[in-house]
Write a protein that binds this ligand. Structure first.
Ligand SMILES: NC(=O)c1ccc[n+]([C@@H]2O[C@H](COP(=O)([O-])OP(=O)(O)OC[C@H]3O[C@@H](n4cnc5c(N)ncnc54)[C@H](OP(=O)(O)O)[C@@H]3O)[C@@H](O)[C@H]2O)c1
Length: 211
């Protein structure tokens, strides 16, 4: 349900194990144990149904851990609108958070609306478009008007919409730069200019093909 979108049994995980990065996520590397093999072997012929079954059973595990007080909140990553609707149809505990690629070239408007309506906190990754958006003219113009850096503009753009950001940097200077987001805001003109960049471009990957 998370990062990879599909069960990661082919990426080094032992048989019968499924790691958190491709599953429901509490943003920690939990290892989830699948039910004994006979319960899912029959579904191998229908890959989609196996994935759906894994998603459901893994979410149940997180719900149980949440219910037992081991997890304060549980969430998903790389879910599309369809994935979320599917989860909400069968879950007992709805996801508290959805982490997705989110930036001005991929503003995920439908997903944003849906999360607002259902009280799911949206959290952005790849806010800088893997660095590709730092040099965009629109971002540069807004940065100049605001007296901020392009990275700060891109991060503030998400916060302006109530979306959380988790920028990663190995540089202490950039970490400090990325934290200076709270005592200023973008203007309606800035938001309109950044709004013209929407072209549904993914810099990481597109989970829409995941069943
Ligand atoms: N759930 C998922 O599927 C998923 C997918 C991707 C990422 N993530 C998570 O999202 C978080 C964010 O990572 P991200 O790599 O996607 O994207 P990001 O934070 O938008 O960008 C990180 C890149 O931008 C550079 N950078 C950071 N701050 C900068 C600044 N102020 N100016 C110029 N360059 C800057 C970093 O280089 P330096 O380190 O050299 O500064 C790094 O190469 C990570 O914790 C990651 O684990 C989750």
């Amino acid at each position: 349900m998370g990062g990879g979108g599909t069960p990661s049994t082919g990426s080094g995980a032992g048989r019968g194990e499924c790691f958190g990065e491709g599953t429901p996520t509490a943003k920690q590397q939990h290892t989830l144990t699948l039910p004994p093999e006979p319960r899912w072997r029959g579904q191998l012929s229908a890959r989609g149904s196996l994935y759906a079954s894994l998603k459901t059973s893994n979410w149940r595990v997180l719900e149980q851990m949440h219910h037992a007080g081991h997890l304060r909140a549980i969430g998903v990553s790389n879910y599309t609108l369809g994935h979320l609707q599917e989860l909400l149809a069968h879950c007992r505990v709805p996801p508290a958070v959805l982490q997705v690629e989110f930036h001005p070239e991929l503003p995920q408007r439908e997903l944003w609306d849906f999360c607002q309506q259902h009280g799911i906190h949206l959290q952005a990754y790849a806010s800088l478009g893997c660095g590709q958006l730092l040099g965009r003219a629109e971002v540069g113009r807004v940065a100049e008007r605001q007296g901020r850096t392009p990275a700060q503009v891109l991060l503030r753009w998400a916060l302006h919409q109530g979306v959380g950001v988790i920028p990663k940097s190995v540089s202490p200077t950039r970490l400090a730069e990325n934290a200076q987001l709270w005592d200023w805001d973008l203007s309606p003109e800035d938001m309109a200019e950044l709004g013209t960049m929407d072209c549904s471009r993914h810099y990481c990957w597109d989970p829409s093909g995941v069943t």
